[in-house]
Design a protein around this ligand. Structure first.
Ligand code: SF4
Length: 289
């Protein structure tokens, strides 16, 4: 594990971990996390470090979208994080010049219509910095969507202020993508944060990771999906664990995943039913399980 890997949990996340065992399991703990060096999986399966392109902090895997690494900080370090092997090593867009280079790249690739502002968690940055990223891309006529990728709704919901929601909504192009993994996480505070975004006009979607011990049962997953849609957060994807070293303890086998999907599909309508997928390095799409 990189010594630069920032192990951290904000006060709200610590409080939630004290109340919920399923959430506590997701908080990074060096003592119980697998040994990345000894594992059969890669620390960088998507080549975010080894295959880094010419533009520092920008990554393009698909023709219509790019990922921009805005920071390496998070409100909480997740034990299942896909990027845990590259934190502290991968380039981030931390200067005006680097952001300008990303914008130039997008302009030179007119098929790009969707920008993911990721990291780390972009909302660990101050509003002014967040809006510099958002405005730089929403201003481009070719861009239809800018995705603010943040786990703040779940791990630090007070970060989603009404003032921030209003600023994010002003272009009409921003969507928020978040991550909740079990129903315990959909607290009153999280629901209020989602309401601030949705009431401002921002669609909120959730990507869940299928994790052993956290959400690997039909009834547990169904409870999460119901809680999310009641909070006006659209369940969007359930991902099988990425092939990342160090997270072996969380892997759920594919047959079990299919049974969980079927259990939910037979009990909830399509609007609340996410796609269960695998994000496979080199694949041209997310692969249904
Ligand atoms: S919030 Fe996202 S990027 Fe940050 S540690 Fe958790 S999974 Fe990784």
């Amino acid at each position: 594990m990189s010594p630069a890997f920032p192990v951290f949990a904000c006060p709200y996340a610590k409080k939630l971990a004290a109340k919920s065992r399923r959430f506590a399991l997701q908080v990074y703990d060096a003592k119980t996390t697998g040994n990345a060096a000894a594992a059969k999986y890669s620390a960088d399966p998507f080549g975010e470090l080894s295959g880094a392109g010419k533009i520092p902090g920008l990554k393009q895997r698909f023709p219509d979208r790019v990922l921009v690494m805005t920071t390496e900080r998070c409100f909480m370090t997740c034990r299942h994080c896909t990027r845990q092997g590259i934190f502290g090593k991968a380039p981030i867009v931390d200067t005006t010049e680097k952001l300008a280079a990303c914008v130039e790249y997008v302009k030179a690739h007119p098929k790009v219509r969707d920008v993911l502002l990721s990291g780390g968690d972009i909302l660990t940055l101050p509003d002014k910095k967040v809006m510099e990223f958002v405005d730089a891309f929403t201003a481009l006529p070719q861009i239809d969507l800018v995705r603010v990728c943040t786990r703040a709704l779940c791990v630090n919901p007070s970060r989603i202020t009404s003032a921030l929601a209003k600023k994010l909504a002003r272009s009409g192009k921003v969507w928020v993508n978040t991550q909740f993994n079990c129903a315990d996480e959909v607290t009153d505070e999280a629901r209020a944060a989602a309401a601030r975004l949705v009431d401002a006009g921002i669609p909120v979607s959730c990507q869940t990771v299928l994790l052993k011990g956290v959400n690997d049962s039909g009834s547990g997953m169904l409870k999460l999906l119901k809680s999310l849609s009641a909070a006006r957060i659209r369940p969007y994807y359930v991902f099988m664990c990425d092939p990342v070293a160090g997270i072996e303890r969380f892997r759920v086998d594919i047959e079990k995943a299919r049974k969980i999907e079927q259990y939910c599909a037979e009990r909830i309508g399509g609007l609340s039913l996410p796609r269960f997928v695998i994000d496979k390095p080199g694949a041209k799409r997310k692969i249904p399980i």
